[in-house]
Write a protein that binds this ligand. Structure first.
Ligand SMILES: [Ca+2]
Ligand SMILES: [Ca+2]
Ligand SMILES: [Ca+2]
Ligand SMILES: [Ca+2]
Length: 349
């Protein structure tokens, strides 16, 4: 009997041991196994989204405290929200939503996100790639027939290498991968053009910056010389006062009149009339896109133009579509005062 009692007593002790063991395990473990599934990508860190222990229970981290302030006990009520997503509980510079792959907190996970722990400041996304910034000021004027160049430069906060491309602009303009905008406007391609150049980094995802500016292409006699008299052997023909086609119009005049310096022009470019005061009046049409060239008329009583009266030609009309403006200059004496007058047009660059 004593033997049997002894066995019974041993079984009791074993039972007691198991009860104590289970009790000792159940005190720290207060895991809520459904909790990780209530936050986006919660299965990546499971219980350690909220707890220091990988088994859950026990001390909570900063994100766990934020959750605990919203929901506690055994409730399964949803608690993930835009407000909780917007917090940076662990203070690592990334919001809980960014770390869990749902930045706006709408419960829909963003694709392709690397999930980090919202409760651990040492677990955070790689630094974000940011866009380069444009560092150079554009060259905003060009002239047809003359080489235009502008080296665009940009800086990247992460030191990424940059590639440049043309996003918009006239056909004659190209942009190299190194950011050199380059080209020669063709004759008469004057006006305002919007140029857009993009600098793109090699970060992931790639980021870019665009510089847009207005490029004003004007006419210039030197560019016209380049286009009309290319080649060293023609240099003497190209002089402003030269008249290689012997039509009485200097190159500068032909430039201003938009005529061909290689072909004698039969048409008269100058109209001659008398104004209401009976004064000799010369009219002419010159290009609109070069206001630097000045036109004046010399009036004199002798063909040698000994003491000429010099009158600046003034604008009396513009034909924008044709690219001509009308100029007029009148003598200072009338035909009733003098019956023989000579006039010549002077063009100065
Ligand atoms: Ca954070
Ligand atoms: Ca973190
Ligand atoms: Ca960058
Ligand atoms: Ca000529």
């Amino acid at each position: 009997m004593k033997y049997l009692l002894n066995i019974y007593s041993k079984r009791n002790l074993t039972l007691l041991f198991f009860v104590l063991l289970i009790a000792s395990l159940s005190v720290p473990i207060q895991a809520r196994p459904w909790r990780p599934d209530q936050i986006p990508n919660g299965n990546t860190f499971r219980c350690q989204n909220c707890h220091l222990s990988s088994n859950g229970g026990g001390s909570r981290n900063a994100f766990g405290n934020a959750v605990f302030s919203i929901v506690r006990g055994g409730t399964t009520a949803p608690f993930w929200s835009p407000a909780l997503a917007a917090l940076d509980s662990d203070g690592d510079g990334f919001t809980n939503g960014e770390e869990l792959g749902d930045p706006d907190g709408d419960g829909i996970r963003a694709p392709g996100v690397t999930v980090t722990n919202p409760g651990s400041a040492t677990s955070k996304p790689a630094p974000k790639n940011t866009a380069p910034t444009i560092a150079s000021a554009p060259v905003t004027s060009a002239a047809f027939g003359l080489l235009y160049q502008y080296q665009l430069t940009a800086q990247d906060p992460e030191g990424n290498s940059l590639t440049y491309s043309k996003e918009g602009g006239p056909d004659w303009l190209s942009v190299s991968a190194a950011g050199l905008a380059n080209g020669t406007p063709p004759e008469n391609a004057t006006g305002e053009f919007t140029v857009s150049i993009q600098a793109t980094d090699n970060g992931s995802p790639a980021m870019s910056a665009t510089q847009s500016f207005s490029l004003n292409v004007i006419a210039s006699f030197s560019g016209w010389q380049n286009l009309r008299f290319a080649g060293a052997t023609q240099s003497s023909d190209a002089a402003p006062g030269a008249d290689p086609d012997n039509d009485g119009l200097s190159n500068l005049a032909e430039y201003l009149l938009r005529s061909d310096p290689r072909a004698a022009n039969s048409a008269s470019f100058v109209s001659v009339d008398f104004n209401a005061s009976g004064q000799l009046t010369l009219g002419m049409k010159v290009r609109t896109d070069d206001s630097n060239v000045k036109v004046s008329v010399e009036f004199a009583s002798d063909v040698g133009f000994g003491s000429p009266t010099i009158v600046s030609a003034t604008e009396v009309g513009v034909d924008t579509a044709a690219g001509f403006r009308s100029l007029s200059a009148s003598d200072t004496v009338s035909r009733s005062q003098q019956n023989l007058r000579f006039a010549r047009v002077r063009v100065t660059p």
